[in-house]
Structures are given as C-alpha cells and as structure tokens.
Design a protein around this ligand. Structure first.
Ligand code: IPM
Ligand code: SF4
Length: 467
C-alpha cells in the first residue's frame, strides 16, 4: 500500500475523472438531505427534467424546523409546514427513504446516519449542511455542500471538488476530569483560529482521540468546519468497528470481515506525508467557554475575557465588536457571567453520552431560579434510549424541560428562540450574532456538562467543582 493519508486514499478511490477546469469529479457514496437545503435542488432538477440518479444513495430526515413541543400536523408555523410538505413530496416522488417524525429514526441528520450505521469508514458523504464534517469521525470524507451541489449529487451522484491539503492535529494524553471532547475542539479552534483550516481537511490523531468513544469523536469532527476546515476525520479503529457492528445498515456476516479489512486499508499510513502537523497536550486543555461571537473566541472557564493587547493584532477589531455585542468587558472573568437560558442538544452534543454527562451533573440538584433550561435529544432513538435509562426523569426533576428531537435552539428555525438580549449557555456549535433566534441574543458555547452546571448555578460555573 502506498504511503498516504486516509484522505488521499478515499479521495483517489472515489475519483471518477478530472473536469475541464481541473476539479476532481468525486463519487459520493452517501447523500443526506434535510428540509432546508433540498427543496430548491429538487426544483432545479425538475426544471431540467432530470431524475435522481441513485435514489437509494440518498437518505432524508427533517430536523431544523421541527417543533420540539407540539409536533401535531399541520405545524403551527406555516413556513415550517410548507418545508415539511415539500420534503415529503420530493422523497415520495423520487423514491427516497425519509425518516419522518414519529418513525423512530427521525432526528438531526448528523445524529441519525451514524446511529443507523449508514455512516461508514472509507466513504464519501455529502449533505447540504456545513456540519456534515461530523461523519468524518468514522474515517469517512464528509463535506457540507451548497444547494446547487445538492442538485449535482441528486442528478449525478458526483461533485466537482478541488482536493484539500491535510493537516494532522495530534492530541496526546488523557483529558482531566471535567474536560470533554467539546473542550478539545473549542481549544483547537481557539488556538488555530476559525480560518486556520481553510483549504484543509483536518486529520485528528493521537492517543486522546484513540481513547474517545464514537460520540466524542463526532463532537470533535462536527466542529472542524468552525475551524475553517472543509472536513475532519479520525482513522477508523476497533472503537469504530465495535460501534458499527450490528447496526441496521452495517455489513453482516461474511461481508463484515471483508468490510473491516477494507476499512483498515483506508487508514493513514504511519509514514504518510502531511501538509502540516500541529500537536497539543490533552492535560493542558481546560473546560472551555466562548466569550465572543465566533467559536474561536474561547477561554478556559477560569480565565478572563482577553484584553486587546493579549490578542494578536489581527484579532482585535473582532474582539472589540464582541465586547460590545456580548456586553462583556476585557479582563472580566467569564466565570460568574449570568445566563438566562441553558440549552443541551444539537448535532455537536445531543447524543446519548452527552445527555448522560449532563444528567450526572444535574442529578439531585435543581435549576436556579429564573433560568429556562431544556434538553433536546438529537434523535428519536437518543430520546428513547435516554428515557429507558431514566435520564428524562433526572432532568425534569432537576427543573429542565424534556423535548422532542430536532435542531431546536441551535439555529432557532423553529419556536425555540432566545428573546431580546438573553444569554444562553449552549452545547451547540455556533455563537454568531443572532444565531439563537433573537437578533440581539447572546450565546456562550460549552460542553453539555458545563451547560448543566450553568443551569444549576444561573451563571457560568466550573463544572469541575460539581464532579
Ligand atoms: C440550515 C443549514 C444550511 C445550516 C448549515 O449548513 O450549517 C445549519 O445547519 C446551521 O447549523 O447553520
Ligand atoms: S443542530 Fe445546529 S449545527 Fe447541527 S444541523 Fe442543526 S442547526 Fe445545524
């Protein structure tokens, strides 16, 4: 086997040809769609009288617009109802599997595909959604694409793409108690910047990722895009195979051994060459919280909002904008910042292990007075599993609301929204201005355990003191 990275190998094995302008025509093994970015793509196909080429390679779910409380149809929100109907119709007309609300498998697209075993090592995966990078946790090359590319994949099962460089991000060692996968990726982005990964695929390597379970790996890969990388991945290993074994779409019987052998062959070789290598020490990563308006504006929970002179010159203008928007002063400790809303969920941290970690913190305590705290499972399966474990009871007894699966307040394309200047402690991935549904609302990103701690205390609080 030639020396190469997983990225190179998967890219090469999916290359169909080279297009006139030098781009690669890349075969896409699995195409995931949701209600927001697919309707126009189907419309473009209809306009050109084109058919979906391989309907069995596209799988649909509904996540962004679903109400997490009253899911009765028609939805109260007429726009949401229209999007829902468009997806239902497009899937029906084109013979595409659709995991609709109530089927048991609906949920956030980046949660449901892995849990059904659709996401597998060595694959190319595309979805009209930036956090498609999540699927890289399995050793797949997974890209977020725009609506016109969704059209391209529907019509041709291929994409025109320029090859990326590969940066190896090596993290070694054991995370300290109270430090989670979310802190690792927030720390990486804080260090390399939100544009640091532009033009790159991120390969996450080292003993820290090897020790992580698949859900933690998904949390890391999920936010590759927030670091500017188009995709992120972790080489598949026994942890990956154990996770996949027995899942609905995982290979069975004799096919299983063949698949594992092929997955193994896709791993980056020990002597693979990288365009860049960066290393971190896991023991130095603190529970991390964002204080600003990009996921890169993060600090340790015991640190203070940086002053302009502590920042590289190029970051100061954005910092000024962030101080004003967030109403946080440079030099102010982040711990103790009052919050109004605490949201546990999203494709970053809405999986069962996330809910378990948050429930450990919440158990036997109560949400602080005046705080709205709610938990939104990433999928119907996550919800069912959590209920089987009694996590819903732990949360509701502690004063959290327990909701139906969806994107919820990560993006607030549904009725879960911040109001006015409210500040949220959120386990999601973006803290952009207005992200959570109020044009002046503010978001502090952190791990689910830290969100639970913030809910109990009514302010940003170091979860390590509650362990
Ligand atoms: C709606 C969708 C296009 C968008 C994305 O691509 O990321 C959303 O999922 C988000 O998280 O902002
Ligand atoms: S949970 Fe948030 S980041 Fe993930 S797909 Fe939904 S809106 Fe996008």
């Amino acid at each position: 086997m030639s020396k190469g990275t997983l990225f190179d190998k998967v890219w090469d094995s999916h290359t169909v040809g080279t297009l006139l302008q030098g781009q690669t025509q890349l075969f896409i093994g699995l195409h995931l769609i949701h209600e927001v970015t697919s309707p126009q793509a189907f419309a473009m196909l209809r306009d050109r009288n084109l058919k979906v080429l391989f309907p069995s390679r596209t799988v649909a779910t509904v996540d962004h617009i679903v109400p997490t409380e009253n899911q009765a149809r028609p939805f109260v929100d007429t726009l949401a109802e229209e999007m829902m109907q468009a997806l239902e119709q497009n899937c029906q007309e084109n013979n595409i599997t659709f995991y609709n609300i109530g089927c048991g498998n609906q949920g956030i697209v980046h949660v449901i595909a892995p849990e059904q075993g659709l996401t597998q090592p060595g694959m190319t995966i595309a979805c009209g959604d930036s956090h498609t990078s999540t699927h890289g946790a399995f050793g797949a090359i997974a890209f977020g694409i725009g609506t016109s590319q969704v059209r391209d994949v529907l019509a041709s099962q291929t994409l025109a793409m320029n090859k990326l460089k590969v940066r190896k991000i090596e993290v070694n060692g054991t995370l300290k108690p109270g430090v989670y996968a979310k802190d690792v990726i927030l720390h990486i982005i804080r260090t390399l910047g939100v544009k640091g990964g532009v033009g790159y695929a991120y390969e996450f390597a080292g003993s820290t990722f090897e020790q992580m379970n698949m859900e933690e790996r998904m949390t890391v890969c999920n936010m590759s895009i927030e670091g500017g990388a188009r995709c992120g991945y972790i080489n598949p290993d026994q942890v990956t195979y154990q996770y996949l074994k027995g899942r609905d779409f995982a290979p069975k019987d004799a096919d299983w051994d063949k698949a594992v052998a092929w997955w193994e062959s896709n791993r980056s070789d020990a002597d693979a060459e990288y365009d860049d290598v960066v290393t971190f020490d896991a023991g130095e990563i603190p529970p991390t919280v964002t204080w600003g308006i990009t996921p890169g504006q993060g600090i340790g929970v015991n640190q203070a909002v940086p002053t302009p002179d502590e920042l590289p010159a190029g970051d100061r203008t954005l910092a000024q904008e962030a101080y004003r928007y967030m109403d946080l002063a440079p030099g102010q400790p982040i711990q103790g910042t009052k919050v109004d809303v605490c949201f546990i969920g999203s494709c970053t941290n809405g999986r069962i292990s996330d809910l378990r970690e948050a429930a450990k913190i919440a158990q036997g305590h109560h949400v602080a007075e005046g705080i709205k705290a709610f938990v939104v499972p990433g999928s119907e399966r996550v919800k069912k599993q959590a209920e089987a474990e009694g996590l819903d009871k732990i949360f509701t007894e502690a004063g959290f609301e327990w909701r139906e699966a969806g994107c919820s307040m990560c993006l607030a394309m549904n009725s879960d929204k911040l109001e006015g200047r409210q500040i949220s402690a959120s386990s999601s991935n973006r803290n952009f201005k207005g992200r959570q549904g109020s044009s002046s609302g503010r978001t502090l990103l952190m791990s689910p355990a830290m969100v639970a701690a913030a809910a109990l205390k009514g302010e940003v609080f170091d979860v390590r003191e509650l362990l």
